[in-house]
Design a protein around this ligand. Structure first.
Ligand code: CP
Length: 314
């Protein structure tokens, strides 16, 4: 994918560390790759000299498969590592695990890890380029990039001035933080909406509006990005019950039908149907949830291609 532009960074550790120009470059490159993956022959030779290790220390369906497909579409060699079936279970440290994998001549590392900052720790200690596929409750940059790409398609292009509301469990969500950074760099207005117990007190300092009123926020926004209640990260009770949450804060069909306009509905997955969103909304004509998944492959191809090109000085 010829381009004389380069990313400003050797790694993609978080949206916080990308410039607006980096984001535009990734989204423009992804547009080219979206064309490639919709051709009968979906493969290009761009990374045939590159080996990528996918290291997953946390569960994943979409991100893991999406990266692996992106790598295969770019003709990279790939190795997959899952902590659950590895020597991590015998006490091996993160750095030892990664250095052993890199000794097998790996150029790039895609990693999901439960510890916020694990990728920064590695970036200062290894030579390979690192892509953050989610670090605890911190960032999930490629999700935010594919969300921005999908939003642009849904609203007809530019996100400047568009109103995006992120609904749900903001406190425990890496998708929320990456989306706030990414959308603001692209000029969108961002609001978060959910129960006060699931919205961090400092969130206003990031420039996002805060609302506890779902009906008002649905009426305000052009795009609703709905997040999952992350019960696995909650060690105390933040909501009375899932049923109560759906009643008070769920994106229900009745709420969407009451609007006098159309709102684009998004969700990064996995969905808790009947909790943060009703099936009748997730599967409705307003939803672009499966488009998000499709766009994820093109966006990840763009990220991997641009990082490899930077490594090679192309
Ligand atoms: N959206 C997302 O990160 O999904 P997975 O946890 O299945 O990768």
């Amino acid at each position: 994918m010829p381009s004389d532009q380069q990313l400003s960074t050797k790694h993609v550790l978080g949206i916080k560390y990308l410039t607006a120009a980096d984001i535009e470059l990734i989204l423009d490159t992804a547009r080219e790759y979206k064309g490639v993956i919709n051709r009968p022959i979906k493969k290009v030779p761009a990374l045939r000299d590159t080996t990528v290790a996918n290291l997953f220390f946390e569960n994943s369906t979409r991100t893991r498969i999406s990266f692996e497909l992106a790598e295969k579409r770019l003709s990279a060699d790939t190795v997959n590592f899952s902590a659950a079936s590895s020597s991590v279970k015998k006490g091996e440290t993160l750095l030892d695990t990664v250095n052993n994998i890199l000794a097998m001549k790996v150029d790039m590392v895609v990693m999901r890890h439960p510890a916020p900052g694990a990728h920064h720790f590695l970036a200062s200690r290894i030579d390979a380029s690192i892509v953050n596929a989610g670090d605890g409750t911190h960032e999930h940059p490629t999700q935010a990039l594919l969300d921005a790409y999908s939003m642009r398609d849904a609203v007809g292009g530019d996100l400047r001035g568009k109103k995006v509301c992120i609904f749900g469990d903001i406190t425990h969500s890496r998708v929320a933080l990456s989306n706030i950074f990414c959308l603001q760099k692209l000029g969108a207005k961002v609001r978060v909406c959910g129960p006060p117990t699931l919205i961090p007190k400092h969130i206003g300092t990031l420039g996002a509006e805060v609302s506890y009123n779902v009906d008002d926020s649905l009426a305000w926004c052009d795009v609703a990005n709905v997040l999952r209640i992350q019960l696995e990260r909650q060690d105390t009770k933040f909501i009375p019950s899932l049923r109560e949450y759906n009643r008070q804060f769920g994106i229900t069909r009745a709420r969407v039908d009451r609007l006098d306009k159309s709102v684009v509905i998004m969700h990064p997955g996995p969905i808790n149907r009947g909790v943060e969103i009703d099936s009748a909304v997730a599967d409705s004509e307003h939803s672009i949830i499966l488009e998000q998944v499709e766009n994820g492959v093109a966006v990840r191809m763009a990220v991997l291609y641009l990082l490899a090109a930077r490594r090679k000085g192309r």
